[in-house]
Design a protein around this ligand. Structure first.
Ligand SMILES: NC(=O)C1=CN([C@@H]2O[C@H](COP(=O)(O)OP(=O)(O)OC[C@H]3O[C@@H](n4cnc5c(N)ncnc54)[C@H](O)[C@@H]3O)[C@@H](O)[C@H]2O)[C@H](O)CC1
Ligand SMILES: [K+]
Length: 480
């Protein structure tokens, strides 16, 4: 799994490493990697490096220092480099001297626009992990003038390094070159970071355990259930789907279909949409009620069951079965409005909640807010459940504090029924015996990849999503 560290952890590790590294060495390592990436962007965008024009937006700290040293390295490759100093009195002294020695020029912010307009690439060295809030006015004005590709130093300036919040003026980068380790912004704001490149500066040994994780294809391929010689339809885990109604069978069809596509384990359906589900998915054993559904190793409950007395009884029955439960949609609302339904839950029964922002507000009495990691952790602790907080970047928090951030593949999941598909995936992995946090994180990753494959750059539907699950699993196995 890809480790992600908060800025406080990064800074502490950097301080430890700085104490045993020659002065300026870390910055030069960072800047050399940065210069290599800037040259690559120039080559990709203009067909060459020498003679091209790079403009550096330089803030008052070490982020600007990285940019200035990178400018000096780019000068060796024949790039014309101009540093726009946002605060000349505070520009990194050694970096600025190195740029000037190499033949680079520096100008004040007043003269910035004329250089920015002619740039082939802009390097965002305004602010890094010490950023607080959106870009300040002068920086925002200059950043707003940029038309050329942007390479962000460490992170795109104006985007919160620890939450990825980008609700004020900020840089949107084509590529972000970060140093030592990924920070939360790189996983939580992929649309602002562009392609993220990690430059090793020898920080890893000083870092310790990550604060957040992102699953890689190999992590998913390693846990996704595949039948073996000794398996039969039961041994891979049977998932029960309690969803839908006679009036609204769609959620039942989607959640059940997703479970059928996700693994080779058996799927049982229980509810008022049995005929429709059976007709669409003949593999499924469908019954009219959860009370006569037969043994399962995990339950999915919620989509389309309604939030009235009958829905509450279905949820209460399922929570008392002593198997992992994924509660979604109406089940989330029932839990929020009548939390006493959780009294039916056997304390050892793992529970996965999959709220979107509105359902989160019902559960917690507040919106998730800018810090979605903290929000997911808070809900996970309150309900002693894995909480999969949906969003452009889904965040999955476990009651023990573990957090995974999924890697979105576009926004194709913003379609009706998408949540039903996700919950079927989660339930299948729970039935296969996966750790509930891992099950939710892996399901979210496959769900977003299936969305991209189903869409292929044009809008798709939840049915298309279900059909793309096998392709997503094949792709994950292929790249693992
Ligand atoms: N420690 C090292 O040797 C290495 C650090 N690296 C780079 O250093 C930056 C972090 O540098 P730091 O000096 O702590 O501060 P910043 O450059 O991030 O910020 C400077 C300055 O910016 C002002 N500021 C804060 N918020 C804003 C804002 N929203 N808009 C405009 N200006 C803002 C504030 O005055 C800050 O003091 C790190 O990111 C790396 O790039 C190398 O990675 C490795 C070596
Ligand atoms: K930056």
């Amino acid at each position: 799994m890809q480790g992600i560290w908060t800025t406080a952890r990064i800074r502490a590790a950097e301080d430890r490493l700085l104490a045993v590294t020659p002065d300026g060495e870390l910055m030069r390592r960072a800047a050399f990697g940065l210069a290599t990436q800037v040259a690559a962007v120039l080559a990709e965008g203009t067909g060459g490096v020498s003679g091209r024009r790079a403009v550096l937006l330089v803030g008052s700290g070490n982020n600007g220092g990285d940019a200035l040293w990178a400018g000096a390295f780019l000068r060796r490759r024949g790039v014309a480099v101009t540093a726009v100093l946002l605060d000349p009195a505070k520009a990194h002294t050694a970096g600025l001297a190195a740029l000037r020695r190499s033949g680079g020029r520096s100008v004040s912010a007043v003269d910035g626009p004329q250089w920015i307009s002619r740039a082939d690439v802009v390097v965002d060295g305004i602010v890094g992990i010490s950023a607080r809030g959106p870009l300040r006015p002068e920086a925002a004005r200059l950043a707003g003038l940029v038309a050329a590709p942007v390479v962000a130093v460490d992170l795109p300036s104006g985007v919160d390094p620890d939450t990825g919040a980008a609700d004020g003026p900020h840089v949107t980068a084509t590529r972000t070159v970060t140093f030592g380790a990924l920070k939360p912004v790189h996983a939580l704001a992929p649309q602002e970071c562009g392609v993220v490149v990690l430059v090793d500066i020898g920080l890893r040994p000083s870092l310790g355990e990550p604060d957040l994780y992102r699953l890689e294809p190999a992590d998913i391929a390693a846990v996704w259930p595949v039948p073996g010689p000794g398996d039969d339809k039961y041994s891979q885990g049977v998932v029960g789907i309690a969803a839908g109604s006679a009036t609204y069978p769609g959620a039942a069809v989607l959640a059940s279909g997703s479970a059928v596509r996700a693994t080779a384990g058996m799927v049982r359906y229980a509810g008022h949409a049995a005929d429709v589900v059976r007709a669409r998915w003949p593999e499924i054993v469908a019954t009219g009620s959860v009370t006569d559904a037969g043994r399962v190793q995990a339950w999915v409950v919620g989509p389309g069951i309604g939030t009235g007395a009958e829905g509450r009884e279905v949820l209460r029955h399922i929570l008392g079965q002593g198997v992992p439960v994924c509660a979604d949609a109406d089940a989330t609302t029932i839990i929020a409005h009548t939390p006493e339904v959780l009294d039916a839950r056997d304390p050892d029964t793992p529970l996965v909640l999959t709220p979107h922002a509105g359902e989160y507000e019902r559960l917690m009495g507040r919106r998730p807010g800018a810090d979605r990691v903290a929000a997911a952790r808070e809900a996970a602790a309150k309900y002693d459940a894995v909480v999969l907080l949906k969003g452009h970047c889904t965040v999955v928090a476990a009651p023990d504090g573990r957090v995974a951030v999924n890697q979105p593949h576009g926004s194709w999941l913003a379609t009706a029924g998408s949540g039903d598909v996700l919950t079927g995936l989660v339930g299948s992995l729970l039935a296969a015996g996966l750790d509930p946090w891992l099950a939710a994180a892996a399901a979210a990753q496959v769900h977003s990849l299936a969305g991209a494959l189903a869409a292929e750059d044009v809008p798709t539907s939840a049915s298309g999503l279900v059909d793309a699950i096998p392709a997503a699993l094949r792709l994950i196995r292929a790249v693992a």
